[in-house]
Design a protein around this ligand. Structure first.
Ligand code: KIV
Length: 248
């Protein structure tokens, strides 16, 4: 059964929320079969599936294409669609962009950073919003952990509070110290979903390619639960050998 934003919000301090990203129909189908209740169609698709150097190259059309594919594979799963870089630059643009993601199949949208006015505008128009603070890849200069120094930790904490107050029903905390994630989780009335933020959050999200070992390098905080790149190389090598030998 598909979880609504309200029921996800109510899972705060009740049971941890396992979330993964997905970008394609077959992977979405697997995640739904595995009982993953929330799928994020993240703009990480640009880096892990499309070969771009950053998420800034991802467009709204790309996101709609991938959200549609994921929806066709996971009809009963809550899907969060990521608003790509600059598609949420002001409240009206964000509203138009968010509506396109919902039309493509998303149940809610995620946006990066302390865009309180944008969040309030989307929520006022009936759109469920997921916030994102800590490391925000669309604007980050590098992928180092943030919130280590006291002033930066306070900035991240204040942003998380502001995002929740603006009306987000969930918030992603990316690549921040465990203790800071624990403090924020204890403060906010909405569930926190960590990625590289330790185990004290209300849930965890990983990029599917990192989790299944599909790619060349993975962030230090992401566990690999499989090594799909290795499996594909082995399968393709066996196939090539059999074709060369005529034994297929
Ligand atoms: O785009 C994405 O996949 C994300 C996750 C890293 C949280 O925002």
């Amino acid at each position: 059964m598909k979880l609504s934003a309200a029921s996800l919000r109510q899972r705060k301090s009740v049971s941890p929320i396992p979330m993964l990203t997905a970008y394609t129909t077959p992977v979405a189908r697997c995640l739904e079969r595995a009982g993953i209740p929330v799928i994020l169609v993240g703009d990480t698709v640009g880096m892990v599936e499309m070969g771009f150097a950053s998420t800034r190259e991802v467009t709204l059309d790309h996101m709609c294409y991938h959200i549609g594919a994921v929806r066709r594979g996971a009809g009963d799963t809550h899907i969060i669609g990521d608003l790509p870089y600059d598609s949420d630059r002001d409240p009206e643009t964000a509203l138009r962009s968010a509506r396109r993601l919902l039309e493509a199949g998303a149940d809610s949208v995620k946006l990066e950073g302390p865009k309180y006015e944008v969040i309030r505008h989307l929520v006022a128009h009936g759109i469920e919003v997921v916030g994102h603070t800590g490391l925000t890849p669309q604007t980050a200069a590098n992928f180092r952990q943030v919130g280590r120094e006291a002033a930066d930790a306070e900035r991240v904490r204040a942003e998380a509070v502001g995002i929740a107050e603006a009306g987000a029903f969930l918030i992603v905390l990316e690549h921040i110290p465990t203790t800071l994630a624990e403090t924020i989780t204890g403060t906010l009335p909405i569930p926190t979903i960590g990625i590289g933020a330790g185990p004290a959050c209300d849930g965890q999200v990983l990029v599917i390619n990192d989790a299944i070992g599909l790619g060349d390098r993975w962030p230090p905080f992401s566990r690999q639960y499989a090594y799909m790149s290795r499996t594909i190389v082995e399968a393709a090598s066996t196939y090539a050998k059999q074709v060369r030998e005529g034994s297929y």
